[in-house]
Write a protein that binds this ligand. Structure first.
Ligand SMILES: [Zn+2]
Length: 444
């Protein structure tokens, strides 16, 4: 009898220790297909140009044909999961007047597929790619502009993520979206962000994928494991009061988008240890833009996921040869295995977030001139417990953590408030965690 008892307790111990990772996430990793991504990039390239102002009538060429195909693809995925996706167009009108980079009035049409959450249907995690492409002159909308990497790669990744994740049920809603009008002024992203705000969506964050298929940089470096996660430091719409408080309580590098970036970094380190995620502490590349920005503008968390090594000879260029250099964003330069890896990065992060309970809204911190830091937070429905995270003030990642169970206050014995940054995450029944919340209230 005694022997059997020992075996059972060993098994229990094993189960508890492996509960840190989920088999479902490994299944998702295995399900993402480079072949399907390649096929979809080829299909998008075959529309000749997807310039936002190109033909909308043709069935074979231009942005109209491209968006109708993307919609039909989402609809096919939906019919394979008992109509688990709501597929619609979301559109806004832009005019030539008042817009320097708009050659003629046109509808900016996004294709939106929503997989409704079972428990928190109004909480949304969004993955975006872009429908549109451009050549050397963004105003020229008839010439070929294959946009294989920029951004058929992100669009194909978004469609593939929908194929894989639609096989599962999630507590939170997932949005898969193809955005348009990126190249002329981030029109599609601002349209959808405004729509989401008007609808009262509670947005967990947007993962904006823009160029996820190039592994050979203009500098000659070849790297199929590193990718970049861009995030702004603090919300663009913060108040003057928040800015003033930050001077005394910290938070310069702890805005909601940065926490989302850390979440992605940690998930990748846990489940895809062969990858090399590189957090970049800026909104986007130096002086350049992307479709997460209009979401950031309205105070939503959002990051840009993209390749680490860009090739400018193959970006925003008409197809041509000059002085022996071949220009153009053609499919020959896309690495489908790499696009698959970055698609997987999105899929596993959306699954983790969509299976996790909401983060606590209010997190209070105290311990000024005291030997130990203390916390108080609002309990969240659906959480089985909470985890306190902390790190050296110079560290980019949450290096220390302690699971404290289903309580709403805690003191970390002997940890001095001045010497670290702290945050709290909710933990759900399968171990899935919310993003970390930086304290937003002071205990006096
Ligand atoms: Zn571009």
């Amino acid at each position: 009898m005694k022997k059997i008892y020992l075996v059972i307790s060993f098994l229990t111990f094993t189960l508890i220790t492996t509960a840190q990772t989920s088999q479902k996430i490994y299944d998702i990793i295995d399900a993402v297909s480079a072949e399907r991504i390649e096929k979809d990039i080829q299909k998008l390239v075959d529309f000749g140009t997807r310039n936002t102002f190109s033909d909308t009538i043709s069935e074979t060429r231009g942005i109209g044909a491209a968006r109708r195909w993307i919609k039909s693809e989402f609809e096919a995925i939906s019919s394979d999961c008992k109509n688990c996706l709501d597929v619609t167009y979301q559109k806004d009108f832009v005019t030539k007047e008042g817009n320097k980079r708009v050659p003629h009035d046109a509808w900016i049409v996004n294709v939106v597929a929503i997989q409704k959450g079972t428990k928190y249907p109004n909480r949304y995690i969004i993955m975006s790619g872009d429908i549109d492409s451009r050549g050397s002159d963004t105003m020229e909308f008839t010439k070929d502009a294959p946009g294989a990497n920029d951004n058929a790669s992100g669009m194909a990744g978004t469609i593939e993520a929908a194929r894989v994740l639609s096989k599962y049920k999630f507590e939170n809603s997932i949005v898969y979206v193809g955005l348009s009008g990126e190249e002329q002024g981030l029109f599609g992203g601002s349209g959808l962000a405004k729509y989401a705000k008007a609808q009262g969506w509670d947005i967990i964050g947007i993962l904006n994928n823009d160029m996820i298929g190039n592994i050979k940089g203009v500098d000659g470096v070849i790297d199929n494991r590193t990718f970049r996660i861009f995030s702004e430091p603090v919300p663009a719409n913060e108040t003057e009061r928040e800015r003033t408080l930050r001077r005394f309580y910290g938070g310069e590098v702890d805005g909601i988008s940065r926490q989302l970036a850390r979440y992605v970094h940690k998930t990748v380190k846990t489940y895809m240890p062969e990858m090399n995620p590189m957090m970049v502490y800026r909104l986007d590349r130096f002086g350049r833009g992307g479709h997460h920005r209009p979401f950031n503008d309205l105070g939503f968390a959002g990051i840009r996921i993209m390749e680490a090594h860009e090739n400018y000879v193959q970006q925003h260029q008409d197809i041509r040869e000059e002085n022996g250099i071949k220009y153009g964003d053609v499919i020959e330069h896309v690495n489908f295995e790499y696009a698959k890896k970055l698609t997987t990065v999105n899929a596993i992060n959306m699954a983790n977030l969509a299976w996790a309970p909401p983060a606590p809204k209010t997190v209070a911190i105290g311990g000024i001139v005291e030997p130990s830091v203390k916390f108080k937070w609002d309990k969240v429905e659906g959480a089985i417990g909470y985890k306190i995270y902390w790190r050296d003030t110079t560290s980019p990642t949450w290096d220390n953590s302690r699971y404290v169970g289903d309580v709403s206050e805690f003191m970390l014995d002997g940890i001095v408030i001045d010497n670290y940054f702290f945050g709290i995450a909710s933990v759900g029944k399968d171990g899935f965690e919310s993003p970390v919340v930086f304290p937003n209230k002071i205990i006096r």
